[in-house]
Each structure stands twice: as structure tokens, then as C-alpha cells.
Design a protein around this ligand. Structure first.
Ligand code: PEP
Ligand code: MN
Length: 308
């Protein structure tokens, strides 16, 4: 009850800025986005005491790293070792892979979840993996800390509702990627499906949108970062890997992401990118991973932040 009173105080002060934003932007966000504000404010109150398990922490840039897909126990063990040695705490790795082609590697599925949990426990890492349909959300929540909703599923409302409920029940965090053809408003409303079903920590992830430019895999919309901060109380991380689709472009875009004010990065890395079963062309190898972290630390320091 006490909490409710505190939260609503926060909401009131946020409502004032929301109204003026709506006027300036000339859009009717006021009604649609009311509880994105409300639940984002609520989560901040709830998770203050539990800072280290939070995905986003004040004064820090959270770098989540790992392979596109879990390929074997050995592969994930090596990569998790690199993540740990680099001083990071969050491991990404796909078990259920929503591939554009049905003939591509679809992931190790349940066996992948078991490997992910075992390896993460060995190194003491938090984990994120993608949930691809409502039926498997609960099964996945038993194995990982963060439920990731991919770009292809941002508008899968049955999945969003289920993730909201399961994340709340299992105390899991959620990463919601932007649909590659979705507007910021659609993305925030998708977030609302989750935040309105509980108070789990929800973080948005910009991963590139489709434009007329074919040279990069997608076009990384870095302006989404200040816009999200202006319109909502939500945190936002950047996925430079899926945005550019080429490993040599990942480091400059990682630097830019930190400079524009993102709260973190999610980056694909691999010990042998040339042998990867999925997205090897965009994965950073061990040396590139070290270089990326070195450069990102420099930009973070300029912003008064540290890497975690
Ligand atoms: C991923 O992170 O593995 C992934 C498939 O990303 P996206 O949904 O952004 O394509
Ligand atoms: Mn990938």
C-alpha cells in the first residue's frame, strides 16, 4: 500500500512532462502510454534494493555478450569464459532461433537451455535467451534470468502478454527488441503489454530498422535512444551486431551507442566466428571483443560511467 502511494507520486510528476511532450510532438501519446510511465516508475522503486541483479544500473553501461546460438557445451563454455574474463556479468545465447530461412540451423532448443544454465552457473553469469512463442515461455523462464523478445515477435501480442505474466511470476527481466518495421510508438505500446502485467524490469533494445540502404543488414536508429528517454521512463540498450551485420562495423557503432546515452549493449561474440552456425559474419572474435570493450570503456568514462 505504501509503495502504491510512493509510485503514484512519481507518476504525477512524470505526467506533467508527458503532457508537454505530447503537445510538442503533436501526437496523442497521453492516453496510450500512461501505464508505460506508471510501471517504469514502479519498477525503479521495487528494484532499488536489488541492484546487482538488475540489468541496468545507474552509473554503469551493461554489456551483454555471447554467441548468436548455443552450438555445443564446449563452444558455450569457451565463450562464457571470455565473457567472465572480460569482467562482464551477462551472457547472451540463443536456444530457440527464429531463422528467416526454415533450412537454417534452428537452435538446440531444450538441450540448449540446459547447456546455458549449466555453463552460466559454472562462471556465475546472468543469462538472456530469446523466447519465440507463448507455449515455451514458462519452460525457458525456469532456465534463464532474462527473457528476450526478438524483432520478429515485437508485435506477437499473445507472446507479449505471456511474457509479462511469466516474468512477473518467476521474477525474470525482459528485453524487448524493436520490430525492424515498427515505429517508436508501436514499440512503446508493445512494452505496455508487458509492463501492464507485472513489475519485472523491462529494457528496450534498438537493433536496427529496415530502410532503403542495403549495405548494412539494417539501419541502426540511434536517435531512438534520446527519443525513448524523452517519452518514457524505460531503459534502452543497443544491439549493434544485428543492426550492421558485419563485425568490423560493430565497434564504431558500439562507441556511438554509448555516446548517445544508451544504458547498455548486447553484442554477438564467438571464439571461431568463421565456424559459427549462425551470424558468424557479425560476431566479434576474441581480439575484437577485447578491443570493443577497451574502446567502449573510454567513451563510457567520458560519460561518467563504468562498464559492467
Ligand atoms: C538475436 O539476438 O539472436 C536475434 C535473433 O536478434 P533480432 O531479434 O534482433 O534479429
Ligand atoms: Mn544473431
Amino acid at each position: 500500500m505504501d509503495n502504491k502511494i510512493k509510485n503514484s507520486d512519481k507518476i504525477e510528476s512524470r505526467d506533467i512532462s508527458r503532457d508537454s511532450i505530447c503537445k510538442t510532438a503533436g501526437i496523442d501519446f497521453a492516453k496510450d502510454l500512461s501505464s508505460v510511465k506508471k510501471t517504469a516508475a514502479g519498477s525503479q522503486v521495487k528494484y532499488l534494493k536489488d541492484e546487482d541483479s538488475r540489468l541496468i544500473k545507474d552509473g554503469y553501461i551493461t554489456v551483454i555478450a555471447g554467441p548468436c546460438a548455443i552450438e555445443s557445451r564446449e563452444q558455450l563454455d569457451i565463450i562464457a569464459g571470455i565473457v567472465k574474463e572480460s569482467g562482464l556479468s551477462f551472457l547472451r545465447a540463443g536456444a530457440y532461433k527464429p531463422r528467416t530461412s526454415p533450412y537454417s540451423f534452428q537452435g538446440l532448443e531444450h538441450q540448449g537451455l540446459e547447456i546455458l544454465q549449466e555453463v552460466a552457473d559454472k562462471y556465475g553469469l546472468y543469462t538472456t535467451t530469446e523466447v519465440t512463442d507463448a507455449e515455451t515461455v514458462e519452460e525457458i523462464a525456469k532456465y534463464v534470468d532474462i527473457l528476450q523478445i526478438g524483432t520478429r515477435n515485437m508485435s506477437n501480442f499473445a507472446l507479449l502478454k505471456k511474457v509479462g505474466l511469466v516474468a512477473n511470476e518467476y521474477k525474470r527481466k525482459v528485453i524487448l527488441k524493436r520490430g525492424w518495421a515498427s515505429t517508436i510508438k508501436e514499440w512503446l505500446l508493445a512494452a505496455e503489454y508487458i509492463t501492464s502485467r507485472g513489475d519485472s524490469e523491462l529494457v528496450l533494445c534498438e537493433r536496427g530498422i529496415r530502410t532503403f540502404e542495403p549495405y548494412t543488414r539494417f539501419t541502426l536508429d540511434l536517435s531512438a535512444v534520446p527519443v525513448i528517454k524523452k517519452l518514457s521512463g524505460l531503459s534502452i540498450i543497443i544491439d549493434p551486431s544485428h543492426a550492421v551485420g558485419q563485425s568490423d562495423l560493430v565497434i564504431p557503432m558500439s562507441r556511438a551507442a554509448i555516446a548517445v546515452g544508451a544504458d547498455g549493449l548486447i553484442v554477438e561474440i564467438h571464439n571461431e566466428p568463421e565456424k559459427a552456425l549462425c551470424d558468424g559474419q557479425q560476431a566479434l572474435d576474441i581480439n575484437q571483443t577485447k578491443e570493443m570493450l577497451h574502446q567502449v570503456k573510454g567513451i563510457a568514462a567520458l560519460m561518467g560511467k563504468k562498464i559492467r
